[in-house]
Design a protein around this ligand. Structure first.
Ligand code: CP
Ligand code: NVA
Length: 309
């Protein structure tokens, strides 16, 4: 049993194994429909419990499909429907109950501490569906999408992030260390990645490049990523933050400094950080990106159950 909480805590070898497995499984499903179960139904008989403390469209639906395709069952609960959410039951007792009924727990939360506390109290694996500090399923799946489109290892590509230094970027930074790729970040001065993240990069003898000029960050990029300026866990002044990012919008003009065959990715939902032309344009691969979450998350689940081949 293995948790999947943060990319930085998983070995590069295991992350690569997850991607290889996802590729094989995706290829084998070409003739199957969304609800068909994989022929080997590797998680038959298992119950996965998903809990959301924050809104979700893609993660909730794609995990439901991933779980079904593995032959397992899922139940989705909202935190405020449980006694835990209303403060009427401790986390330790809730974890005991989850471990009694379920085989795996998938959690989207606004508290990194809660994931940590659950991981200490559960007897079943926990998977992080997005926390204030990371979004590991999203980013691992995005690496898969990039390699699928570019048909080469991500270590041979220039990856660029324009936007807020948030949970998705933290996971992308962790991925840049694990998969050894070049990462440029374009953000305003006061929005650089947190010190603990940069220190971790340094400790691992890698570097990411931070620019306060979006054009410099995007120059020669093979892939440009962005995300909402104001995340679900943001509590500050929304209009001020959006104003601070006004020169970091991804538009056709900015995409011109990237490589001729560059692509645009966005985890969604989107805000005003990308123009309609780029988001719906020929370089955008956002729908393929969303779909691939189904495939990669299956292999993440198999990793957690020690069933990766
Ligand atoms: N990208 C992503 O995690 O989307 P949801 O918030 O809709 O799950
Ligand atoms: N950074 C965003 C990602 C949403 C999928 C957020 O945390 O709201």
């Amino acid at each position: 049993m293995r948790n999947f909480i943060n990319l930085k805590d998983i070995s590069a070898k295991n992350l690569r194994k997850i991607l290889n497995d996802a590729k094989k499984r995706k290829n084998r499903r070409k003739k199957l429909s969304t609800i068909d179960v994989d022929k080997d139904h590797p998680l038959k008989g298992k119950l996965l419990i998903q809990m959301y403390e924050k809104p979700s469209s893609r993660t909730r639906l794609s995990f439901h499909i991933s779980i079904n395709q593995l032959g397992a069952s899922s139940i989705t609960v909202k935190a405020n429907e449980l006694h835990l959410g209303k403060g009427g039951e401790s986390l330790a007792d809730t974890a005991k109950i989850l471990s009694t009924y379920g085989d795996g727990f998938l959690l989207r939360t606004d508290s990194d501490k809660k994931i940590d506390d659950f991981s200490k109290n559960l007897k079943i694996p926990i998977i992080n569906l997005l926390s204030p500090s990371s979004h590991p399923c999203q980013v691992l799946s995005d690496i898969f999408t990039i390699e699928e489109i570019k048909k080469k290892p991500i270590s041979k590509l220039n990856i660029c992030w324009i936007g807020d230094c948030n949970n998705v970027l933290n996971s992308l930074i962790a991925a840049s260390v694990k998969f050894n790729f070049n990462l440029n970040i374009g953000c305003p001065k006061n929005y650089s990645p947190p010190k603990f993240v940069m220190n971790w990069v340094k400790k691992n003898k890698r570097r990411v490049n931070v620019f306060n000029d979006p054009k410099k960050a995007a120059k020669n990029a093979d892939v440009v990523f962005s995300d909402k300026v104001f995340s679900l866990n943001d509590k500050g002044n929304k209009s001020k933050k959006i104003e601070d990012f006004k020169n970091y919008r991804i538009d056709t003009k900015l995409m011109r400094v990237t490589r001729a065959d560059s692509i645009f990715l966005h985890c969604l939902p989107r805000g005003n950080e990308v123009s309609e032309e780029v988001f719906l344009g020929e370089r955008s691969r956002v729908w393929q990106q969303a779909l691939n979450r189904v495939h990669v998350q299956k292999s993440i689940l198999l990793y957690s159950f020690g069933k990766l081949r």
